[in-house]
Ligand binder design. Structure first.
Ligand code: SF4
Length: 498
């Protein structure tokens, strides 16, 4: 925590200013009600604010219904068009006109096609009501080891957000998307929180991050852990999830989509109803109300007790619901043994995955420092050994590419990916065992071996298998040599007798 009288150093003030400048170009009033750069506006693929993304599902359906006059048909056409757009975007198409050239048999009335692309003239959707992309990738950077790609996505009004593609060793790819420009939650360790809330992304702008990422990668998981608090942009996030899940959209499984929240209680309550099967990640960051409201200012409104109650409701809402508890470990703030014990007590008996995230120093303009590795290790031991909580430590990676949000934390290849960590509860139950004392007391102790231990056990088994195959090969060589020797000896003896 910042000591009393703390003021950011000149270098840190510069860092914050640079960060703000990157996200908020200035000079013209934008459609989001903030000043912005006119030149940036003109560089967007569809600079007119009247043009919507074709991935804005409800707008598209409404627009088609007004022309076709049949809501059912309008939705069917919109879904078919979305599927064609997803496929063509993967093939490299950039405009709706290209989509209609590549997929001429979509069955849309000519008047509708003309209305969508603006009478077929101009390209890029100019003059039409919709465009394939209203955002563009202004910049992208890949980490040295190629495992992480960060995209700066420019919205049509010139604002910029980040999306991050994480390629895992098993060939799975996770995309971390942004849902807001800036964020009003003001978490003290988070760079995005210093911006305040500059605006909400539309459903299409959220989905387009996935469409951009899908050009180079087959994205299997999506996590809402980029810029912004997703539950503060609830309607857009729900609509975007619908398009991502739709088999005529991106066809992602609900369980491969994770919504991260710092604890917007009313929306957490409706999440299971509006996006059933979607995973939840709760950014807790502190085990007590007092400490939490120092790190997460909005905790004053959403009390820890209420948060735990809604978490219990969420966990009880279905056997497949999975929840990750994100805990950003801040040096000297929430990283001591007492905090670990309090956190263990708070989560005792809950089927959650605790994810300890050591602070990335580049993301802390408010003055927090990273924890010592031994403090994180001690927390891990207490949570796993003493409280039997399934706990992982997230390691930073891609430090050669800058971070966006305090929550965005990249993992090294070989570390468990989010899909592994969010495995269905019934799979993780295989780690449940009874031990002597607990058995006698009639309790069940959940022992969740750290994933790395499980991986090293796998490696040992593989090494043993390789060793035994080597031994078999050697034995075969020895037998062959001895047989050849015996054959040569008998042949020589027979010949010398004659
Ligand atoms: S950590 Fe998330 S909720 Fe908190 S300020 Fe950053 S973006 Fe907002």
């Amino acid at each position: 925590m910042k000591p009393a009288g703390w003021r950011p150093t000149a270098a840190r003030r510069r860092e914050i200013r640079d960060w703000r400048a990157r996200c908020r170009p200035a000079s013209v009033m934008s459609s989001r009600g903030v000043v912005m750069d006119a030149s940036a506006m003109s560089s967007s693929p569809s600079s007119s604010s009247s043009v919507s993304s074709v991935f804005d599902r409800e707008k598209l359906v409404e627009w088609m219904r007004a022309r076709i006059g049949d809501g059912f048909k309008a939705r069917a056409h919109a879904r078919n068009l979305t599927r064609a757009c997803v496929e063509c975007a993967r093939e490299g198409a950039m405009t709706l006109e290209e989509v209609f050239v590549r997929r001429p048999a979509l069955g849309l009335p000519r008047a509708v096609v003309d209305g969508l692309v603006g009478g077929g003239g101009g390209g890029g959707g100019r003059g039409g009501a919709f465009a394939l992309f209203v955002t563009r990738v202004a910049h992208e950077k890949t980490s040295g080891d190629g495992s992480t790609k960060k995209m700066i996505v420019e919205l049509r009004d010139g604002h910029r957000v980040e999306a991050c593609v994480m390629r895992h060793a098993k060939g799975r790819t996770t995309l971390c998307v942004s849902s807001q420009v800036g964020c009003k939650m003001g978490c003290t360790f988070c760079a995005t929180g210093t911006l305040g809330e500059l605006g909400n992304l539309t459903p299409g702008e959220i989905v387009e991050q996935l469409a951009h990422a899908s050009r180079d990668d087959s994205v299997r998981n999506v996590v809402f852990m980029g810029m912004g608090e997703p539950l503060n942009n609830y309607a857009s996030v729900m609509e975007a999830i619908e398009v991502m899940r739709d088999d005529k959209g991106f066809g992602l499984s609900a369980s491969k989509i994770t919504v991260s929240t710092v604890g917007v209680i009313p929306r957490m309550r409706t999440l299971t109803r509006d996006a059933p099967g979607t995973c939840l990640a709760l950014s807790l960051h502190a085990p007590t109300q007092e400490l939490r409201q120092k790190i997460v200012p909005t905790a004053k409104a959403y009390k820890l007790g209420d948060l735990m109650a809604v978490l219990d409701e969420y966990l009880a809402s279905g056997p497949k619901m999975k929840t990750m508890i994100e805990y950003c470990v801040l040096g000297g703030v929430n990283d001591d043994e007492t905090c670990a014990e309090q956190l263990g007590e708070l989560l005792r008996g809950k089927e959650v995955i605790v994810n300890l995230i050591p602070l990335n120093p580049t993301d802390t303009p408010a003055g927090h420092v990273p924890p010592k590795p031994e403090a994180v290790q001690k927390m891990l031991e207490i949570l796993t050994r003493r409280f039997g909580l399934f706990t992982t430590v997230r390691h930073e990676m891609g430090q050669d590419i800058s971070g966006a949000c305090g929550m965005l934390s990249l993992k090294t290849p070989g570390e468990p990916d989010i899909e592994d960590m969010m495995a269905p509860r019934k799979e993780r139950r295989s780690h449940v065992r009874t031990n002597g004392a607990a058995k006698r007391a009639g309790e069940v102790t959940k022992t969740a071996p750290p994933v790395r231990e499980a991986r090293s056990a796998d490696k040992t088994a593989a090494a043993a298998a390789a060793l035994s195959s080597l031994r078999a090969e050697r034995a075969l060589v020895v037998v062959s040599v001895v047989s050849a020797g015996l054959f040569a000896y008998s042949w020589y003896s027979r010949r010398s007798r004659h």
